[in-house]
Design a binder for this molecule. Structure first.
Ligand SMILES: Cc1ncc(COP(=O)(O)O)c(C=O)c1O
Length: 449
């Protein structure tokens, strides 16, 4: 292993980081994480905080799951790679397809198309939606609806339906025909509506209005996260996704539930759609599918869509895919991860610990005036919106946010910043004591601001 100063210097010289300014890493070395155990990570400076980020919303089973590690190692010796493009497959991928569809059977999902991650999955799902309508004889259905504040990855399709302009403006023009509805964000919305159920109804009305304006026969799909993650952990009213489902049904629009974060137990149920009592037509998954141990994603397809493809002529062929789709090592990780997820019943712990974390942060909000809004309470996703002036909801400046982040880190918890929000999505295996460590560290972090 190279010495620490060498690592810092080489990172500054050669490594460009996703979602960051290349110059920033040259002057301000990122935390170099060299190891992890349980729910804690270790950096080269000797810090050993609880990872309240879960890697990047993905390390659902913590860092020490031997079953997944062993499955990956065994598969590497058995078959390290073979393509799953039409004409060949592999036993691990077949086993993984069964395990995944079984996991999501209650959501009405019966087929899986494997990808290498969430962005791939979103892009594939959007393509499938257009092709589905074309196969059904409605080729004019090409447009997509989505929500502001949504995050759907960074490929052109996903970035086009993303609802945060930070991920768009440097790269415009985006895909034409993508339209955004207001987010179910009670703290700030164009209706000044603070009642979540009323806000859900207003967005439903706006959706109908937009569909009528665009002409329903031009719209292919609506994509949403059951709980918006990267946009700030925005938890809608329990009625919201049901309203969206009903409108999609009324106008023949496919509903894509982007479960890249919310799938696999994070909301306290095995999918976010199930948490809200909704069955989508397509689901996009990644992250928790391997607990982050191997890059895998997928699109889940329900019978309604699958039957249209399977009964079509040659035009039903799917002309998209990835070299690493159904990668045997990834597939082995999927099988082990799903088996462990069920064995550990992580959704039950996510619900209990999520409530503990949310209620703990609500208590901190009574103590620290800089906390403008606290969102969570539905599994292990918690968002804290930091303001410099509570009465005017003025977003906290970036320098203060960095100070809070660093002080929290030094006090024992790694959290994530999303603009002036603190985002948390710890491993679903976290204990009561470890949640308390996060809360104590946050208290110190807020005090430092
Ligand atoms: C809801 C959602 N969709 C898609 C993505 C993109 O996934 P990936 O980063 O694996 O491409 C993310 C990533 O955070 C996500 O949160």
């Amino acid at each position: 292993m190279k010495d620490d100063n060498f690592l810092r210097e080489m990172n500054a010289r050669h490594l460009w980081h996703p979602m960051g300014h290349p110059g920033e890493a040259q002057t301000n070395t990122p935390k170099i994480i060299k190891g992890a155990e349980g729910v804690r990570i270790t950096d080269i400076d000797g810090h050993n905080p609880v990872d309240a980020v879960g890697g990047l919303w993905c390390v659902n089973l913590g860092y020490s799951n031997d079953a997944i590690k062993q499955a990956i190692a065994d598969q590497l010796w058995q078959l390290p790679y073979y393509s799953a493009f039409a004409g060949s497959t592999n036993p691990a991928a077949i086993e993984a397809s069964y395990a995944v569809q079984d996991f999501f059977a209650q959501d009405g999902m019966t087929r899986v198309f494997f990808t290498s991650g969430g962005s791939d999955s979103v892009d594939t799902a959007l393509r499938m939606a257009r092709q589905y309508h074309r196969l059904r004889g409605e080729p004019t259905r090409t447009k997509f609806l989505s929500l502001k504040k949504g995050y759907h990855g960074t490929h052109w399709g996903g970035a086009s339906v993303n609802g945060n302009n930070r991920f768009r403006i440097g790269y415009e023009p985006m895909l034409p025909g993508c339209f955004h509805l207001p987010s179910p964000y009670t703290y700030r919305n164009p209706f000044d509506e603070t009642d979540p159920a009323k806000l859900a109804e207003k967005i439903a009305t706006a959706m109908v209005d937009e569909i009528e304006f665009q002409d329903p026969s031009t719209i292919a799909a609506f994509i949403m996260e059951p709980i918006q993650g990267a946009g700030g952990v925005i938890v809608p009213d329990a009625s919201f996704m049901k309203h969206m489902r009903a409108i999609c049904d009324r106008y023949g629009i496919l509903m894509i539930s982007d479960e890249v974060i919310t799938g696999f137990g994070r909301t306290g149920d095995w999918s976010g759609a199930r948490h809200w009592g909704v069955q989508p037509d397509l689901m996009t998954i990644a992250k928790g599918i391997t607990s982050g141990y191997f890059p895998v994603g997928g699109v889940l397809v329900g019978d309604k869509v699958a039957e249209v493809f399977e009964s079509a002529g040659p035009e039903g062929s799917i002309w998209t895919g990835y070299t690493y789709s159904a990668h045997p090592v990834g597939a082995a990780a999927v099988v082990a991860c799903l088996s462990e997820t069920l064995r550990l019943d992580t959704r039950t712990n996510a619900a209990a610990r999520g409530t503990q974390l949310y209620e703990g942060v609500l208590k901190l909000a009574r103590k620290h005036d800089i906390i403008g809004d606290v969102r969570g309470g539905h599994g292990l996703m918690t968002g804290i919106e930091i303001v410099s002036d509570k009465a005017h909801k003025t977003p906290m400046d970036a320098a203060s946010m960095k100070r809070i982040h660093q002080a929290t880190y030094e006090a024992g918890a790694m959290v994530r910043l999303g603009a002036h929000n603190i985002l948390m999505s710890p491993p679903l295996t976290i204990s009561e004591d470890e949640v308390n460590v996060i809360l104590t560290a946050l208290d110190a972090g807020f005090a430092a601001a």
